[in-house]
Ligand binder design. Structure first.
Ligand SMILES: *Cc1c(COP(=O)(O)O)cnc(C)c1O
Length: 398
């Protein structure tokens, strides 16, 4: 047996998309899939959005890459626009989510270092967390499936149960730098932080001089019906990581911070060759042109309410299969009852009903449509999902 040319780290399925049209993906044989996976919460504006594609074509012809040796008029513009609409005073652009996480961890450590407290290097993170696949990011989760075989990992992380405020407070010691937490856990099972938990972490940070790092790589950029998920909680972080929806599929991420939290990140402390190049910055601007239009987030919230209501109506009809709905806005998950298995059910919906969703932890499958869906897509999704629930036989299905 020979090794495939593509390193076989993914269990790739038989859907082989070659084209996208709005909320639909088209496969090699012309078959159409309703795309409620959206590239794992990335294609927020759907496929082939005219403003995004035109921007990419124009900017590619004008200036694609220069390196960070030179001034960046477009980078300054995008950073300013993000600063104007968030808690942040400053932004570092990356090419991916995990690089934003790396920047966040480094920013937090540097903050305490320049404050004269280099011993405060540890981040309290949470069970089932997902922060990406770098050595730093897999060190920040307790999930064995991501860590096994990669030891020794980076020291400086403590793991506490998600939504367990008491446990999180009890874990604070003289070496704690802060908390790193997803406002709404994605990969781990679509669990939203409770208001007590998220606001409690904020309060603890204020009391103990710690930094609150929110990972909004999946739940940010409009996904939950607000620009950022923490807006639901009435708090702001000190540092926040963003990616996925920020580039609508163009590789882009960002680490946002307050002036205070970022005070250690001075000349020479961090960098990236590609990060924030003109093409990425133009795409980032184009995404915001659409998202910051009046009513965009309200519409996401409305669609999220409708989709959830439709699911709530459907669930009692398939009592043996569906357990509960999780998540916020258009970041929804449905927990399955055993013996149904999320990964199998996702495959069943995909192969037999042309509906794309994503499996997550805790036997949940994720419903992450483009944020630009309308009622017709919701109706189509519910029809396919109901049909899938009727035809799914967990014990006999392959
Ligand atoms: C996807 C994701 C990441 C990692 O992003 P990459 O772009 O794959 O590196 C980190 N945190 C969360 C919450 C994510 O959903």
């Amino acid at each position: 047996m020979s090794t495939p040319a593509l390193m076989p780290v993914y269990p790739r399925c038989d859907v082989r998309p070659v084209r996208g049209e709005g909320c639909w993906l088209i496969g090699e044989r012309g078959e159409r899939y309703l795309d409620f996976a959206a590239g794992i919460a990335v294609n927020a504006l759907g496929h082939g959005h005219p403003h995004i594609t035109r921007t990419i074509a124009d900017q590619a012809a004008t200036l694609m890459h220069t390196s960070n040796l030179y001034g960046s008029p477009l980078g300054e513009k995008l950073a300013q626009r993000i600063v104007d609409h968030t808690f942040a005073d400053t932004v570092f652009f990356t090419n991916s989510g995990v690089e934003a996480i790396e920047c966040a961890i480094k920013t937090a450590r540097r903050y305490h270092y320049v404050n004269g407290n280099p011993q405060r290097h540890k981040l309290i993170t949470f069970k089932n967390a997902f922060h990406g696949r770098s050595i730093g990011a897999i060190s920040a989760t307790d999930q064995p499936k991501m860590r096994d075989g990669f030891e020794p990992l980076l020291p400086g992380f403590d793991y506490v149960k998600f939504n367990d405020l008491e446990g999180a407070l009890a874990a604070i010691d003289g070496e704690t730098a802060g908390f790193l937490v997803e406002t709404v856990q994605g990969e781990g099972g679509m669990t939203a932080g409770t208001p007590e938990f998220i606001t409690g972490l904020r309060k603890a940070c204020d009391e103990h001089g710690l930094l609150l790092i929110l990972d909004e790589i999946q739940c940010g950029y409009g996904r939950t019906g607000k620009f950022f998920a923490h807006e639901h909680y009435g708090i702001t972080p000190d540092i926040m990581t963003v990616a996925k929806g920020i580039g609508n599929g163009f590789p882009l991420g960002a680490c946002l911070a307050t002036e205070e939290a970022a005070k250690g990140m001075v000349f020479g402390t961090h960098g990236s060759t590609y990060g924030g190049n003109p093409l990425a910055m133009a795409v980032g601007m184009a995404v915001l042109d659409v998202m910051l239009e009046d009513g965009f987030f309200e519409r996401v919230e409305q669609m999220g309410d409708w989709l959830r209501a439709a699911f709530e109506q459907m669930i009692p009809n398939h009592d043996h299969l569906f357990d509960e709905i999780r998540g916020k806005g258009l970041m929804l998950g449905i927990k399955l009852k055993e013996p149904a298995v999320a990964r199998d059910f996702v495959a069943h919906l995909r192969d037999n009903h042309g509906l794309l969703t994503v499996a997550a932890g805790e036997n949940v499958f994720r419903v992450l449509p483009p944020l630009v869906i309308d009622e017709s897509h919701i109706a189509e999704c519910v029809e396919r999902l109901s049909a899938g629930a009727r035809s799914y036989a967990p014990l006999t299905d392959d």
